[in-house]
Structures are given as C-alpha cells and as structure tokens.
Design a protein around this ligand. Structure first.
Ligand code: KG4
Ligand code: ZN
Length: 345
C-alpha cells in the first residue's frame, strides 16, 4: 500500500484509554495530526506509587467526553466531518479500555460512523508515520513501553513478525520498579533518565541477560533483582548508595541489551530502516545510543517526539487509517481485550 494517499482524505476520530491517559485525536490520512488531546492521570497515581486500575477507570469516565469534544474543537471539525471512529481495544487495563470502547461504540451508533478497533502496540509503532511521511514498511521496530517489550519486523501496514519479546518484566516496568527501590518514586522512567545524567554508567557491573533459545528475547527481572541485591548488600555493609550511579548503571544495562538485540536483528533481516516506539523510547540514553549505532551501520533511524512515544490517540488514528483502508470494520460487539496479541484481528 502506498503512503501518498493524501488525495483520499480520510479523517479519523481516535480514542485511547488503555492505561492512565485519556486521549482523543483527529488524524487525516494516517499522518496529519489535526488535534491530539491528552489528559494525563499521572499526578493522581503518583500518590499511590503506580497506576490504580479502579481510579484509572473512574477518571477516564469523568474526562472522556470533554477530551473527545476538545479534540474535535481543536481540529475545527464536527463528527459529520469524520470518516470513522477508532479506539484502542487492547491490550491494557480492562476497566480503562472499556471506557474508550464504550464511548467509541456510542459515537459510532449515534452518528453512523464506521468503528475501527486498534491494537495499542500497533498504535505505538504507527506513531512513527506521523513525523516521517516517507517511512514505509518494511522496517524493524523496537517497542518498549510500561507493559511491553517487543522487537518486531513490520512487513507491511498492520502486518508484523515478532522477532523477540520479554520473557518477564517489560523495560518500562523494570525502570519503574528500580526507580521505586532507589527512592525516586513513580513514574520511574523519566526520573531515572534525569538522575542518570549525574551518575557514572560504569560504576556497577549489572548483568546483561541473554535468553538461551531466542537471541532476540529480553529478560529484565534478573537485572531488577541484581539492583535490589546490590542495594541490600550496601545496606548490610553500611555503604552509602549513590542513587545517580545505580540509576545510570541500571539504565546502561537496559540500553546495552536493547541496542545489541536491535542491531543484530537489523543485520540479520538485512533491513536499513529502524524505528522505536513506546514510553521508554523517549529515554535520552537509548535514543542517543541507537542514533549512534544506526549511523555507524548506515541505517535510517526513526524516533517519535516524546509526546508521541507516551500513550496518545494520534498514534491510534495513524494505525486506524491503514486498518480502515484495508476494510477493517468492527461491530457493536467490539469488546475490550486486556491481553490482545499483536497481529490478532
Ligand atoms: O507507552 P507508555 O506511555 O504506556 C504503556 O503503554 O505502558 O509507557 C510508559 C512507560 C513507563 O514505564 C515509564 O516509566 C516509561 O514508559 N518511560 C520511560 C521514560 N519515559 C517514560 N522510561 C525510560 N526513560 C524515559 N525517559
Ligand atoms: Zn502504551
């Protein structure tokens, strides 16, 4: 499918509510963002040290109508200007997903607009199309978020071959757990990123796990345990822990593994285009390292702006456009699927 389909002018209202951001956007032809409204609940969940599912659902209900209205207003459009309504239906928190799915179904029913359900990870990957109008599959994409770590080959729009995935914790989850252990609080990723700038990344030799039967799989729980063991042993020996050194050494261990796996996949697939996606893709050390590696290997490197790395609805609108063009339409029986697999339709 070509990506120069600007002539057909398909405008999609997209909704995202899979975790702790209530978001709506209006996207034209998969690449032009006319509005992108995000109402974050982070401050609320920070009080509890992580996302509380019940609170997330309740806040989505309170905010969703207003966020959708704002997305249309900012785009200067009304529902009758839309060609479809798209929504994330998985994976994510079931109660949170249900709010977006119910809103999208109600809009579809009331307005007659076709309904397109979107996979959240497909959305993250598609965020790369927004700022890179020339980007077309095939490319390799590293998806690293709070709930997922996948290395995928994007063979066509909406078509994926999973090369590797995490066996245990997702990369973002490891960032959040280590941040909590060293007293940085929630959300951990951005805080570790910041504090690491003051630390020595070679201070503590944390392990780089390899998974025996698939070179592209990740495992981060051993690294998290190594950090916890290090903190315990310092406490037992009465050694003062340098928070910045622990953060920087942990971050380097994660970045090393993500970069090595990605570069190996690119070499073996013989693909010269590489993209990153998901909340952890806004990590400054990861972006810098991958930019350097790609330059060395002559690989074009695509990285969404941080606002498009975290959960947002513009990425859902981008993914939905390609699904819509393929003829994907969902019925009013569309349900939230908390563990939806990538590639499942
Ligand atoms: O994609 P996302 O917004 O939500 C999910 O779909 O999970 O990702 C959130 C995750 C959190 O674990 C957060 O700590 C992490 O992304 N994150 C970061 C950074 N910014 C967000 N991790 C490392 N460095 C960052 N700068
Ligand atoms: Zn996400």
């Amino acid at each position: 499918m070509d990506n120069t389909c600007g002539q057909d002018n398909i405008t999609i209202l997209a909704i995202e509510s899979s975790c702790d951001e209530t978001a709506a956007a209006v996207v034209r032809n998969g690449r032009e963002v006319l509005s992108n409204i995000i109402s974050s609940q982070i401050d609320l969940h920070t009080l509890y040290g992580g996302v509380v599912p019940e609170i997330a659902s309740r806040k989505h209900i309170e905010r969703i109508d207003q966020v959708i209205g704002e997305a249309l207003k900012t785009a200067g459009m009304a529902l009758h200007d839309m060609d479809a309504v798209a929504v994330t239906y998985g994976p994510g928190l079931v109660g949170a997903l249900l709010v977006g799915v119910s809103a999208a179904k109600a809009i579809s029913f009331a307005s007659g607009l076709p309904l397109v359900g979107v996979h959240h990870i497909e959305g993250h990957i598609s965020a790369n199309y927004i700022e890179n109008r020339e980007l077309e599959p095939p490319f390799v994409c590293l998806v690293v978020s709070g709930g997922h770590s996948h290395l995928v080959k994007v063979t066509d729009y909406g078509e994926y071959e999973i090369l590797g995935r995490t066996r245990d914790d997702a990369a973002g989850e490891a960032f959040d757990k280590v941040a909590r252990a060293i007293g940085l609080g929630y959300p951990g990723g951005p805080k570790i990123d910041q504090v690491s700038k003051e630390g020595n990344p070679d201070a503590i030799p944390f392990p780089r796990a390899r998974v025996a039967d698939n070179v592209y799989d990740f495992s981060f729980s051993g690294l998290k345990s190594a950090v916890l063991n290090y903190l315990n042993s310092c406490e037992m020996k009465g050694i003062k822990v340098c928070q910045a050194d622990v953060a920087a050494s942990f971050q380097k261990a994660v970045v090393d593994v993500l970069a090595e796996h990605s570069m190996q996949a690119l070499a073996e697939c013989g693909i010269k285009k590489f993209a990153i996606a998901g909340g952890v893709a806004s990590n400054s050390a990861l972006r810098q390292r991958l930019a350097g590696e790609c330059e060395k290997c002559g690989v074009a490197f695509y990285r969404p702006s941080p606002i498009l790395c975290t959960d947002n609805a513009a990425m859902i609108g981008a993914a939905a456009y390609y699904e819509y063009r393929k003829g994907v339409r969902h019925g009013y029986d569309l349900n939230a699927v908390p563990n939806l697999k990538l590639g499942a339709k």
